[in-house]
Ligand binder design. Structure first.
Ligand code: FES
Length: 103
């Protein structure tokens, strides 16, 4: 059963728009704040294991810095080659100063 897990505070996003959260040894999440919206996706591309953390974001898409595959920030859906598989995405909620992801 999924549970909300506290992963960050609002203060951490005063000078950045993203943070990597290690949920466990095999699961790292990239938490992103964009224009007042929150997104949480896998920190890793589904093509090869490249980090998405530094990927350019346009609208609701993030582009892998290694080969340029794009993913939907809202769903993790793969939108362009060379990625042929989606990445995990997570629900996010904010309560006061605390940010949670559903895992
Ligand atoms: S590793 Fe991300 S597109 Fe190739």
């Amino acid at each position: 059963m999924k549970q909300w897990r506290e992963v960050a505070t609002m203060a951490e996003f005063e000078t950045t728009d993203r943070k990597v959260v290690e949920l466990d040894e095999d699961e790292q999440v990239c938490l992103i704040k964009k224009e007042g919206e929150w997104f949480a996706i896998s920190a890793w591309c589904s093509h090869e294991k490249a980090s998405l953390v530094l990927g350019d974001i346009t609208d609701h898409e993030i582009m892998c810095p290694l080969h340029g595959a794009r993913f939907d920030l809202r769903t993790g859906r793969n939108l362009s080659m060379p990625a042929v598989r989606p990445i995990p995405s997570y629900d996010v909620k904010v309560e006061g100063d605390k940010i949670f992801v559903l895992v």
